[in-house]
Design a protein around this ligand. Structure first.
Ligand code: HEC
Ligand code: HEC
Ligand code: HEC
Length: 209
């Protein structure tokens, strides 16, 4: 197994929601880092998920050029991207702080935060039409004439495995972002990207045009 954490540092990202993190958006009473997303026991499904989230119905992405539903998509986010939407769907994260494993609760209470709304650019809402398409089979799109690299080549371009960036062969939020913060040259790549986007190199990892 690849040791992801040799190359990750969530402590130095906005995903460090611990009360000591110094981030603009953080908890006021929890000092752990992983607990907001993971629990070792009594978890939901992969990846030992600790968030209780019932997703709404999203408005599907579709354009004159590309409809994810022609490539194995359902019109809804794929299961892995839904992990992100449990916080990033809404601006009011107070309603998304419900941790699954109640034995994790500090003083018996769900975490409190120093904010009620995250920055609107980080709250994607339920309308997928204004976001890069996700939730379809990457290889199916790459096998069509969209000027895309193969999944293997795209992964290699980002220095990642196919399994890491296309879980279940799906194009997901993880395909471009590393939720734990990928370290390159001693610092975390901004905006949690998998590759610096100088000269649009992140885009060119998949798009070959
Ligand atoms: C903001 C949410 C979030 C936080 C906080 C977080 N993780 Fe994760 N973690 C994820 C997501 C989403 C995945 C699945 C995608 C991936 O592997 O990148 C994951 C995957 C993992 C995996 C791999 C599971 C697998 O099946 O390959 C491990 C191990 C892990 N996290 C450990 C940690 C540890 C340890 C911490 C705290 C230091 C932590 N994570 C904090 C969201 C988070
Ligand atoms: C536990 C809640 C939570 C989960 C789950 C979560 N995020 Fe975040 N994320 C946040 C918060 C809070 C911020 C900071 C918001 C801001 O600065 O406006 C953030 C910020 C970000 C940013 C901006 C980072 C920057 O440096 O500007 C990106 C990109 C991001 N998240 C991607 C993801 C992806 C991809 C996933 C799923 C793999 C995910 N997040 C899951 C809470 C979460
Ligand atoms: C992980 C692979 C990947 C990355 C990284 C990526 N894309 Fe895409 N993108 C795709 C796939 C797959 C499609 C669907 C096929 C198509 O329309 O080309 C797509 C579609 C698009 C479309 C066309 C949407 C439509 O409806 O026709 C645009 C525009 C686009 N991407 C821009 C970008 C930009 C800009 C970046 C960098 C910020 C980027 N992409 C990064 C895989 C990726």
């Amino acid at each position: 197994m690849v040791n992801v954490y040799a190359a990750s540092d969530i402590r130095n990202t906005k995903h460090n929601l611990a009360n000591w993190s110094g981030n603009t958006y953080r908890s006021t009473d929890y000092n752990e880092v992983c607990v907001f997303c993971h629990t070792p026991h009594m978890a939901g499904s992969w990846p030992l998920w600790n968030r209780n989230y019932t997703e709404p119905t999203f408005i599907a992405y579709s354009s004159v050029m590309f409809n994810p539903q022609n490539f194995g998509g359902t019109g809804q986010p794929d299961e892995t991207s839904k992990l992100c939407f449990s916080c990033h769907e809404q601006q009011n994260t107070a309603s998304t702080t419900n941790l699954l494993n109640t034995s994790n609760l500090v003083n018996g209470s769900q975490p409190s935060f120093n904010f009620t709304k995250i920055h609107p650019t980080a709250a994607l809402g339920t309308d997928l039409r204004d976001d890069h398409p996700i939730g379809f089979n990457y290889s199916a799109a790459a096998n069509t004439n969209y000027e895309l690299y193969t999944a293997a080549q795209a992964a290699a371009n980002m220095g990642e495995s196919v399994a890491a960036i296309f879980p279940g062969d799906q194009m997901t939020c993880f395909s471009s972002h590393d939720v734990h913060g990928k370290v390159s040259g001693g610092f975390v790549i901004p905006v949690l990207l998998r590759r610096l986007n100088a000269s649009s190199m992140l885009c060119w990892s998949c798009h070959n045009r």
